[in-house]
Design a protein around this ligand. Structure first.
Ligand code: PRP
Ligand code: URA
Length: 212
């Protein structure tokens, strides 16, 4: 993983390979979902590398020993609806005890501005690490508004994760939230006139859910 300031770019070949499969227009809904799940798990492994551990005493069949476990930190996975839902299972495979919040956002087709239509977060969000997930960071508006929504409800420790990002979105997001670590699977070239990421993968929600 390489990083510039608070943005962490994935450079693992497995992640690169799977993102290429994801982009391919021939990849159907079933495989697309599986790939999103696998990429999210691999990215989660990287993004959670700084989790604190504490030592506990256990007994192996051989002897007593002091060994590390994750330090009971509460976590919330917060997908941005709809497409972020596809990333939840991959992260839950890593941290099965995490609670799940939901933030509903849609982008206006004309203005490309995000509109929040739903927000339900787990209790004690102020004491949790909240990981906001959305496969696509285009203009950055949806992710930034989602982070704002979590902060407004007391969230303090927040990480953001997206599979494909446009440079415009990374800049907009980090300008607004330089304190929030951002994990990016692949950085693409630019946005087109409809604010779609190029080369991107098309509409993530439609590809995950088979709509349109
Ligand atoms: C997509 C995507 C992000 C957003 C990114 O969602 O999943 O949430 O666009 O764009 P931005 O960075 O310019 O805000 P969309 O609004 O299409 O909703 P959907 O997931 O329900 O299809
Ligand atoms: N949302 C998507 O699903 N894809 C894009 O390229 C941009 C926004």
């Amino acid at each position: 993983m390489s990083n510039t300031s608070n943005v962490h770019y994935m450079d693992h070949p497995l992640i690169k390979h799977k993102i290429t499969m994801l982009r391919d227009e021939r990849t159907g809904t079933n495989e697309f979902r599986k790939l999103v799940e696998e990429i999210s798990m691999l990215m989660g492994y990287e993004a959670l590398a700084d989790l604190k551990t504490r030592d506990v005493e256990i007994k192996t069949p051989i002897e007593h020993t002091i060994q590390p476990v994750i330090d009971g930190r509460k976590m919330a996975i917060v997908p941005i609806l709809r497409a972020g839902l596809g990333m939840v299972s991959g992260l839950l495979a890593l941290v099965p005890t995490a609670k799940i919040g939901h933030i509903g956002m849609y982008r206006d087709e004309e203005t490309h501005l995000p509109h929040e239509y739903y927000c339900k977060l787990p209790q004690f969000i102020d004491q949790r690490l909240a990981i906001v997930v959305d496969p696509m960071l285009a203009t950055g508006g949806s992710l930034a508004d989602a982070v704002e929504a979590i902060k407004q409800r007391g969230g303090k420790d927040i990480k953001a994760m997206c599979i494909i990002a446009a440079p415009e979105g990374v800049k907009a997001f980090t300008d607004r939230f330089p304190d929030v670590p951002l994990y990016v699977g692949a950085l693409d070239r630019c946005l087109n006139e409809n604010c779609y990421i190029c080369p991107g993968l098309g509409d993530a929600g439609d590809r995950i859910f088979g709509t349109k």
